[in-house]
Design a protein around this ligand. Structure first.
Ligand code: BDR
Ligand code: CA
Length: 351
């Protein structure tokens, strides 16, 4: 099985990423580092420990990492994930195992990843990129050693770029927007654009990185069918009527996680078909990299893997992207060079 280290800011979709990373027979989860993001660091760390408790993996070490970005003020997402970062759950157990403090998260990541044979271990980052930037800053040789870096973040959509900015607002429907935090920027990249830029401007890392942007995650919605499948099992016979009594606490927990996430996505973005499964897709890259490919527009029939460099716009303050109908800040925008991007740019072949 493949070794992975997960870096996350445990909210709802991070919990699904943990589930796959920790319970997939083909993955060996070396450890988890936590980062501020969906909620402050203490909360994302608590949530991580609680989810591991729920899924019977208290043996996985949890290391608290950064509580704020490299240079900016921290931002959080209570509108999507609630004040705790994992609101809406009634079956979340109290964690019995403390977070590790014997070394820093950065040192723990380095120790675990560098102990694997060269070219085998994956680092999967599904929160803000502060820990990851610090890791490769302190241990630059690690970039050569790992097999891959999978990052959930950014958006490469072209939909919004020519549209009058004032017309792009939450609630307009996902197809008109690129970012989910500002019209330009996705949350994970927006929170610490300097960290993201450090990573994507590193030639070794950018060669090994797979970016899972909103363009892709919005093609994988946790629809009602998926939510019920998690609750009752995907092989549920439609003629039987399962009741809540038949359902384990773990299934119930993940059902609650998805339904809360669905509710806030509907409220905040008007996306009623179901919430995007952002973070678990980044784990899927490490699990089955061959399912992912990247192709330029117009070459959809060929399964060719083209690679693109990613630039992160770091100019501009954290603040409204649109003020009085004018562009205020493009901070956190991800620009893919050479790719005329849209949802055709990055996708998983179906079937
Ligand atoms: C990303 O932001 C967070 O709210 C989610 O957990 C995901 O990692 C999506 O933009
Ligand atoms: Ca996340």
């Amino acid at each position: 099985s493949k070794s992975v280290w997960l870096d996350c800011d445990t909210g709802h979709d991070d919990a699904l990423a943990i589930l796959i990373a920790a319970r997939s027979p083909d993955l060996r989860l070396l450890g988890i580092s936590t980062v501020y993001g969906n909620a402050p660091l203490e909360k994302t760390t608590y949530n991580t420990r609680a989810v591991l408790q729920a899924i019977g993996r208290t043996d996985v070490p949890v290391y608290p990492g950064a509580s704020g970005p490299l240079e900016r003020e921290a931002c959080f997402a209570p509108g999507i994930h609630g004040e705790t970062g994992l609101d809406g759950t009634t079956c979340l157990p109290k964690p019995t195992v403390e977070a590790k403090t014997d070394m820093s998260a950065i040192d723990a990541m380095y120790r675990a990843l560098s102990a694997q044979p060269a070219g085998t271990a994956w680092l999967v980052a599904v929160g803000t990129l502060t820990n990851v930037a610090k890791l490769f800053d302190k241990y630059p040789d690690l970039a050569e050693h790992i097999s891959g870096l999978s990052v959930m973040g950014g958006c490469i959509g072209e939909g919004f770029t020519d549209a009058p900015l004032g017309t792009i607002q939450a609630g307009d429907g996902a197809q008109d927007r690129c970012g989910n935090w500002t019209p330009f920027a996705e949350f994970n990249i927006y929170c610490d654009p300097e960290a993201a830029q450090q990573i994507f401007s590193n030639p070794t890392l950018s060669r090994k990185a797979t970016l899972i942007p909103l363009d892709l995650t919005h093609q994988f919605l946790a629809t009602n069918r998926v939510q019920l499948g998690l609750l009752f099992g995907f092989d549920m016979q439609m003629h039987t009527e399962p009741t809540m009594n038949d359902v384990s606490a773990v299934r119930r927990l993940f059902f609650e996680i998805l339904t809360f996430f669905a509710k806030t996505y509907a409220e905040m973005f008007g996306l009623t078909a179901g919430p995007p499964t952002h973070d678990p897709l980044a784990v899927a890259v490490a699990l089955r990299p061959e399912l992912f490919y990247c192709n330029g527009r117009g070459s959809a029939d060929g399964l060719q893997n083209e690679r693109f460099t990613i630039d992160i716009i770091t100019e501009g303050e954290h603040g409204p992207a649109v003020e009085n109908g004018r562009t205020a800040s493009q901070c956190g925008r991800t620009v893919a060079n050479g790719l005329v991007a849209g949802t055709d740019g990055v996708r998983i072949p179906r079937g």
